[in-house]
Ligand binder design. Structure first.
Ligand code: IPM
Ligand code: MG
Length: 361
């Protein structure tokens, strides 16, 4: 099969980790008889430097013309980088928000799994981590505070900033359906997270989620307030299967969920629309402090490439091959610095990519 993939290397460690994911994909293509067609586009700081804006219309068109997009990471150091002296709509992150909206990528899937091999890196007490966990955060990605009206005004000499959190029932329904659909393929439990004791948007969220749940009698639904969820994630992460939540809560909870797995460097993500098209990226950021040093962990991006094969191309065998190679490399004791533990062999970014590529069967 011919796979048309647009790549966004981006900023910081982005180019390094995308290079490793391409290595792995090329090996898969060679072994399984596919043709990978990669086209790179600029986004974030790299695009600001070259084109003056974080994402051009041509870049969006190139992404749209592909079957899927594989992304590294974007952005720089928010206190020192000149990109953050620009108006907010011209900063690196604006490119990411723009592509999510332009491609209608409303469903963001962020799995957080505790790998047995990495349980030592889990910061939780052993009595908690020994139970293991495997959850998937289904985060709404094109609504809420991120895309509501915002402005900063001056009233009687006092500066005032306003961000609005808006959801309509259709936006909630379509992400809830995605959440229940994916739960059907997992352990059939949805925890819908909101702040319904305070926010109107959350009360509507709860109502619509309950309506959708009626179509999934096999799935157990529970509601949880976001502050409680933040606590439960460290107290008893094993209780979660699918966490269904709005944009901002999902942003925060997914960082927390990833950290309890031991390393944010391990977590992949998929951002999907209503078709097979998707944008795949690691859950972590661009780590500008270690950019270009060949020490970043490419595994989250490699696992994102695996999600891409699974969700956008229905290539389950190939995706399994990548997941198995990652597991194997961990079993063989190789670690990047972020997941290093005693008795293991420390390797850099490109070496880790090579080791995984060698293990693709
Ligand atoms: C993420 C990131 C982005 C977000 C930033 C870079 C705009 O934190 O993908 O989680 O907040 O969505
Ligand atoms: Mg985030």
């Amino acid at each position: 099969m011919e796979l048309k993939i647009t790549c966004i290397p981006g900023d910081g460690i982005g180019p390094e980790i995308v290079t490793e994911a391409k290595k792995v994909l090329n090996k898969v293509a060679q072994l399984y008889g596919h043709k990978m067609n990669f086209t790179d586009i600029l986004m974030g700081g790299a695009s600001i430097d070259a084109c003056g804006v974080p994402l051009t219309d041509e870049a969006i068109a190139t992404a749209k013309a592909a079957d899927a997009v594989l992304m590294g990471s974007i952005g720089g150091n928010t206190t020192t980088s000149p990109w953050y002296k620009l108006p907010p709509n011209l900063r690196p992150e604006a490119g990411l928000l723009k592509i999510r909206k332009a491609l209608n990528l409303f469903a963001n899937l962020r799995p957080a799994v505790l790998y047995e091999e990495l349980s030592g890196a889990c910061p939780l007490k052993e009595e908690i981590s020994s139970k293991g966990f495997d959850m998937l955060i289904m985060r709404e990605l094109t609504g809420g505070l991120y895309f509501g009206e915002r402005k900063t005004i001056e009233e009687n000499g006092v500066l005032k900033a306003i961000d609005t959190l808006t959801y309509d029932e259709n936006e909630i329904r379509r992400i809830a359906i995605k959440g229940f659909d994916v739960a059907m393929k997992r352990r059939k439990k949805v925890t819908s997270v909101d702040k319904a004791n305070v926010l109107d948007s959350s009360r509507l969220w709860r109502k619509v989620v309950e309506e959708v749940a009626k179509d999934y009698p096999e799935v157990t639904l529970e509601h949880m307030l976001v502050d409680n969820c933040a606590m439960q994630l460290v107290k008893d992460p094993a209780q979660f299967d699918v966490i269904l939540t709005e944009n901002m809560f999902g942003d925060i909870l997914s960082d927390e969920a990833s950290m309890v797995t031991g390393s944010i460097g391990m977590l992949s993500s998929a951002s999907l629309n209503d078709t097979k098209f998707g944008l795949y990226e690691p859950s972590h950021g661009s780590a500008p402090d270690i950019a270009g040093m060949d020490i970043a962990n490419p595994i989250a991006t490699i696992l994102s490439a695996s999600m891409m094969l699974r969700f956008s191309f229905d290539l389950d065998k190939e995706a399994d091959a990548i997941d198995a190679a990652v597991k194997q490399v961990l079993q063989d004791g190789f670690r990047t610095g972020d997941i290093m533990s005693e008795g293991c062999t420390k390797v850099g970014c490109s070496k880790m990519g090579d080791l995984i590529t060698e293990r693709i069967k």
